[in-house]
Design a protein around this ligand. Structure first.
Ligand code: COA
Length: 377
């Protein structure tokens, strides 16, 4: 059996930093101190109008490929975990696949809200373990800011935008030790963007409810209670099934939704604070991007070393949850070869040219077949 190892990682967040005071200045009935004391969030990144989810995802993906020293054309599968795709269809993963030049890859989106990245990591690892893929690009990318009602103080301060990516590669040793996924759809209404799908059409305008249904709605206290219990239970399960004891966990990276949820999860697991990573203060809740962004920053700050046991645990709308244990298998200080970014940039330009030529080719083909059809009739 093949094992799946993370060999590349990268993140990208929008340049626009929005501090808590911005909400106060906008007239929201809140304070910096309230937000920090109840959530730990000090600021978040918000995407610009021209910056779609795929734009963030592509930049994170290129960085992950650089670190992995991988050609985009060697990737077998691109999975984008997102609940805020560029379009309802096609999949954002196809847009990413085209732009990075992953010419031999399948591509699909995975929506498990904030749990999406851990779900996608488990699915990607499964493809490698079943020998159906050698390299899988797994991305978590979201722009929930688009769906926030700026008048709702209980949701608008919580979320930010971003993307994180990893390259999974077949290896003789694990890698991904164990994973679990779960869902309880009876809690679907606790965290929901009601419109935009087939249930509530035309953003709710047609049913006389205005366009309020296009915004994210949340029952904060219930989500809080569920998140603390479920993230700890899921982590306990993967730790035990990996044959580990809690004190053998070197780093816990929980979904970054709220510092109090993170601390409570760690307490329930008996994992001390110095073994828990959090950057929710800088980014808020970036949904499917939160764990890969945290992983990148944990690596960047020397918190992940070869041989470490790393536990990821996540929770989100659905309700959905997933957890996964990793035995970190690569040196994190392995520098990127100097020619890798140059090669990546050439590959990107070639991918753009290929994409343009294909589009042009399809247009020409359609015109010719139209003319032939006219001549026949
Ligand atoms: N500023 C000031 N007051 C706020 C506020 C804000 N930004 N947001 C909510 N409040 C108010 C509420 O309106 C409420 O006021 P009331 O007592 O007059 O009705 C009061 O604070 C207490 O509300 P409550 O919801 O009990 O606060 P809380 O301590 O539970 O914190 C959340 C609220 C949203 C921070 C918390 O419930 C939470 O983090 N839940 C989980 C959210 C989450 O992680 N979602 C994503 C999961 S993937």
């Amino acid at each position: 059996m093949a094992y799946a190892q993370i060999v590349g990682w990268g993140m990208h967040v929008p340049s626009r930093v929005v501090g808590n005071d911005t909400f106060v200045k906008m007239g929201l009935d809140t304070t910096h101190d309230w937000i920090v004391s109840r959530t730990g969030i000090e600021e978040r990144r918000i995407a610009g109008k021209d910056e779609a989810t795929s734009d963030l995802a592509v930049r994170a993906a290129r960085r992950a490929l650089n670190v992995a020293g991988a050609h985009a054309s060697e990737i077998d599968l691109v999975i984008v975990a997102t609940c805020t795709p560029d379009h309802l269809m096609p999949a954002t993963a196809s847009l990413v696949q085209n732009r990075i030049g992953a010419t031999h890859a399948g591509a699909m989106d995975l929506n498990a809200a904030c749990s999406g990245f851990v779900y996608a990591l488990a699915m990607g690892a499964g493809q490698i373990e079943a020998s159906r893929a050698k390299q899988v690009l797994v991305i978590g990318a979201d722009e929930l800011s688009i769906y926030l009602d700026r008048r709702d103080r209980s949701t608008s301060v919580l979320f930010g935008d971003g993307a994180g990516a990893v390259v999974l590669r077949a290896a003789p040793e694990p890698g991904v030790l164990y994973s679990t996924m779960g869902s309880d759809g009876s809690g679907a209404d606790l965290l929901i963007i009601p419109a935009g799908g087939s249930r509530i059409r035309n953003n709710g305008k047609s049913n006389g409810r205005g366009n309020g249904d296009r915004y994210l709605r949340m029952n904060g206290p219930q989500i809080f209670r569920s998140a603390t219990q479920i993230m700890a239970q899921a982590a306990e399960k993967v730790i035990a099934n990996s044959g580990l004891k809690p004190d053998q966990v070197d780093l816990l990276i929980p979904h970054q939704a709220n510092l109090r949820i993170i601390e409570s999860t760690a307490r329930r697991l008996g994992i001390p604070a110095q073994k828990v990573f959090s950057n929710v203060g800088q980014y808020g809740n970036t949904s499917a991007a939160s764990i890969p962004i945290a992983l990148c920053e944990a690596i960047g700050t020397g918190r992940v070393k070869r041989g470490h046991n790393v536990v990821l645990t996540s929770f989100g709308a659905g309700l959905s949850w997933a957890a996964l244990t990793l035995r970190w298998g690569v040196n994190v200080d392995a520098h990127v070869a100097p020619w890798t970014p140059i090669r990546q940039s050439v590959e990107t330009q070639v991918a753009a040219m290929r994409s343009a030529l294909r589009r042009q080719g399809r247009r020409v083909g359609a015109t010719i077949s139209e003319r032939l059809h006219r001549d026949d009739s």
